[in-house]
Design a protein around this ligand. Sequence first.
Ligand SMILES: *Cc1c(COP(=O)(O)O)cnc(C)c1O
Length: 402
Amino acid sequence: MHHFDPSTELQDYLVFGEYGGVNPSITDSSTYTFLSPERMKELFDHEVEGCFLYSRHWNPTNKHLADALAKLEDSEAAIVTGSGMSAIACAILQICDSGDEFISSRTIYGGTYALFKNLLPRFGIKIKFVNTQDLNAVKKSITKKTKIIYCESISNPLLEIADIPALSELANKNKIKLMIDNTFSPILISPIHLGAHIVIHSLTKFINGTSDCVAGCICSSSEFINQLMDINLGTAMLLGPVLDSHRAASILKNLHSLHIRVEKHSKNALYLAENLERLGVKVYYPGLPSHNGHKLINKLMNEGFGYGGMLAIDAGDEETADKLMKKMQVEKVGYLAVSLGYFKTLFSSPGHSTSSEIPKEEQEKMGLSEGLIRISIGLDNNIHKTFERFKKCLLEVGLLIK
Ligand SMILES: *Cc1c(COP(=O)(O)O)cnc(C)c1O
């Protein structure tokens, strides 16, 4: 089994501020001085450790956050970006030329789906959407032009679990990259440790955890990260999705409480999932033995962080789902809002929001019901009270008979 513990890696990651501050100083500069023109030329030729040129390239605060994220994901290196979407776009465009292909899971975040389905084909990149739960289907879709297999470790919104070791084996055999979006399961699944080559995150969600900014990252080999930041050919450098250093500093502080938060999100989610299922509600949660990925996640997860804070319930039809969500907001179960990983519970119906980019017939194929509600469970200290409120809402919309 796995003995990788990201929380210990982060615990050991210490950086001092410029004046010995317990938090690293925030770089408030877009550009950096040089003592000599020769030194500047040197930096244009190759990277010089600890030397900074211009903040779209690297800046010290973003470097601290990136280094901490590399510890979290057990990768050689990382970069941070202005959003999760820009991290995905930059990583894909760094690898794929016009005429190349890649394989993507069909159950992915709606924005990613739209990027792959609508925008990337304009640049001659071909995407094959495949059920990545079916390893044979993935294998059959690989051609000489395939460069990447892309999927989410815990998929949006049905919370299917990717068999990362098996996909990695397939990728390695064919000399292609396995790229994993680990946004739903930071700290509890470590894709690089399991064989992935590239991990991306929307830091906007659990990693930051306070729903006050948008940010992303790419974790991978030093070679790939250097390619992304290359002055002449790097997508992150030349498309320029740079994260502001003040934000990087605040995300870094939040990152250090991620292990406690994920543990609590997971504990609350499991409590609700078990009790809702007991009431007869159709619940999707990887921590439940009834979930199709339960056995697999037990093999893949790091110990001590639970099964994550995301769950989904099926209210049957759209009208009931809408009524239920309205009630849930009034009864203070949480907020009717997209996004996830916040300290308060957030819920929305994917079919009409975060997955609405996916055409109706595709949604049906992937088992996405009209009545599905995706819920990001908050850090409520009295989850029993939350459950009682939830139950009241279910009763009022007629989902419980009693
Ligand atoms: C939110 C999200 C993204 C996009 O990230 P942004 O920070 O909003 O750009 C990508 N993947 C998943 C799984 C997400 O939840």
